[in-house]
Design a protein around this ligand. Structure first.
Ligand SMILES: NC(=O)c1ccc[n+]([C@@H]2O[C@H](COP(=O)([O-])OP(=O)(O)OC[C@H]3O[C@@H](n4cnc5c(N)ncnc54)[C@H](O)[C@@H]3O)[C@@H](O)[C@H]2O)c1
Ligand SMILES: O=C/C=C/C=C(\O)C(=O)O
Length: 484
């Protein structure tokens, strides 16, 4: 098993363009989930550090950053993407050490996309207009756009750099200043990112970062001088942030949990269904908010699907994130590993059948490895069908009619994404329009175009990100009326 390649990396806060190493600062351990070795120590920020970061960010908003010509700001945002690509190998290694995900995935998905987030939003911002109306011979109305202000970016551990940059890039392109709060479980790539921003020419005080647990995030959500919070994470945390932010009426953008369905009709291309469902179930150890964890298959294709899907799932190599043949790495932390295993116990109690997996992967003395698990025989009341497990665990259920499957698909508080499989275009458009989710993929999964609206309905989120939607959040419009 690959141990720590990188020397121990400690993670400090980043305030006003430099790492902050306060004396006698509290720290906590950062653990490699594949080896249980200590990767380094992370500064634990409290109210004091958050106050400091917010006050610096507030000042920076009024300085050169806020007044910089758009072309110059956009060039700096682009440059951050370039520097991420220059440091791709280092960042990918850190991401895999921190999360336990395979290195090929960090390299080919996480870091690539992090760089593209900056390139995309830098370009998009330069083409973005606003509305204007001529009202007969009475008036002209036009809107101007300005930064939302100081924005808190609070992020989870599953796609650490990918998701932080999904927020940071549009926030910077629109001229905001930020305080980032990475997940306490995966602090390393954000720590490097802060320095990269300075190296790219972002003025001091524009990008700040405070590490820590939920209390650190709460210090941001309650802060008088933070204008908005962009949060990705669990639905219950979203509730806590909404409550905390209410007294200061912050603008909120929430990307929350999901329990996404895959709906497979018998007329679908089964080779494609099997390959894509394998990815949507087990990529990143099932720790992607968009993973399809409830699989519904039309009864006439059910047996064939199960046989072929299970055979391929059994072939997936679980293990060392740094082995190029590994398909499923380690779960992100001991706490999360225990949570996922507890759902496997629940599945047993509920009378489910494990077609594959159902247990921790064998042959590892250390690390948080779980076998790809396919469960059948659970009804719609099962906790494994209703609750987000966020691991390499899926349930498969047969259905007979469109109406019946739609009822099951929508019988949830979540509404993030769905993947629908059929060769009948009429059925595809009819059914997709009835699925209560912010994103529906037809005959594919996780095919992204960053211009499209991205986000969840119901308890899977508030608002949309992507393209102009991101800029609706990261800027405020003032409508100006000129009397003619
Ligand atoms: N919809 C999406 O786009 C999307 C994307 C990725 C992950 N997710 C969701 O994220 C979850 C997994 O991530 P997680 O376990 O890190 O989520 P989490 O909600 O536990 O933590 C996310 C972040 O919030 C912070 N936090 C915790 N309590 C807080 C509080 N009271 N106030 C402010 N901040 C607080 C954490 O320290 C962390 O930085 C899953 O539910 C997954 O579905 C959603
Ligand atoms: O785990 C969540 C995945 C989120 C993906 C995106 O935010 C995206 O593709 O823009």
């Amino acid at each position: 098993m690959q141990t720590t390649k990188t020397e121990v990396m400690n993670c400090s806060h980043y305030i006003n363009g430099q790492y902050v190493k306060p004396e006698n600062a509290k720290t906590f351990e950062n653990v490699n989930p594949a080896t249980e070795e200590i990767l380094g120590y992370v500064a634990e920020g409290g109210k004091e550090e958050v106050d400091q970061a917010v006050s610096v960010a507030r000042k920076a908003l009024k300085s050169e950053w806020g007044n910089m010509p758009l072309r110059e700001r956009s060039a700096i945002v682009r440059k951050i993407g370039d520097l991420i690509l220059e440091r791709k190998d280092e960042l990918a290694e850190l991401e895999s050490l921190d999360t336990g995900k395979p290195l090929w995935l960090s390299t080919g998905v996480d870091i690539d996309r992090a760089a593209y987030n900056f390139h995309f939003f830098a370009d998009y911002m330069t083409t973005l207009g606003t509305e204007s109306y001529q009202q007969d011979d009475k008036a002209i109305h036009y809107a101007i756009r300005r930064p939302t202000g100081v924005v808190g970016l609070i992020n989870p551990w599953n796609l650490p750099l990918f998701l932080m940059t999904w927020k940071l890039a549009p926030a910077l392109a629109a001229g905001n200043t930020v305080v980032m709060k990475p997940s306490e479980v995966t602090p390393m790539t954000a720590t490097v990112l802060a320095q990269i921003c300075t190296d790219a020419g972002v003025p001091d005080g524009v990008v700040n970062m405070v590490h820590g647990f939920g209390e650190t995030g709460a210090a941001l959500s309650t802060h008088e001088d933070v204008d908005a919070i962009a949060f990705t994470g669990e639905t219950v945390t979203g509730t806590a942030i909404m409550k905390a932010a209410a007294p200061t009426l912050k603008k909120l953008s929430f990307e929350l949990g999901g329990k996404n369905p895959n709906v497979i009709f018998a007329d679908a291309d089964m080779d494609d269904v099997i390959d894509t469902t394998l990815r949507s179930s087990f990529i990143n150890q099932g720790e992607v908010c968009l993973c399809g964890s409830r699989i519904y298959v039309e009864r006439s294709a059910y047996d064939e699907f199960l046989e072929r899907f299970a055979a391929k799932a059994r072939e997936l190599k679980v293990g060392d994130p740094f082995d190029k043949d590994t398909k499923v790495g380690a779960l992100v932390s001991k706490e999360h590993y225990e949570k996922v295993l507890s759902y496997l116990d629940i599945a047993k109690e509920e009378g489910g059948t494990f077609l594959t997996g159902g247990k921790a992967a064998e042959g590892f003395d250390k690390g948080y490895f779980v076998e790809p698990t396919i469960i059948t025989g659970l009804g719609s009341e099962s906790r494994c069908v209703r609750e987000e497990i966020f691991g390499p665990v899926v349930t498969v259920v047969p259905f007979d009619t469109e109406e019946e499957v739609l009822e099951q698909v929508n019988d949830t508080h979540y509404g993030l994404s769905a993947s629908l499989w059929t060769s009948d275009i009429k059925r595809a458009t009819r059914v997709s329009a009835q699925i209560e989710a912010g994103i529906v993929w037809i005959n594919t999964w996780f095919l992204r175009d960053l211009r499209t609206p991205f986000g969840g309905m119901k308890r899977s989120g508030i608002g949309r990100e992507g393209g102009a939607h991101s800029f609706d959040f990261y800027s405020e419009l003032t409508n100006i009326t000129v009397k003619l």
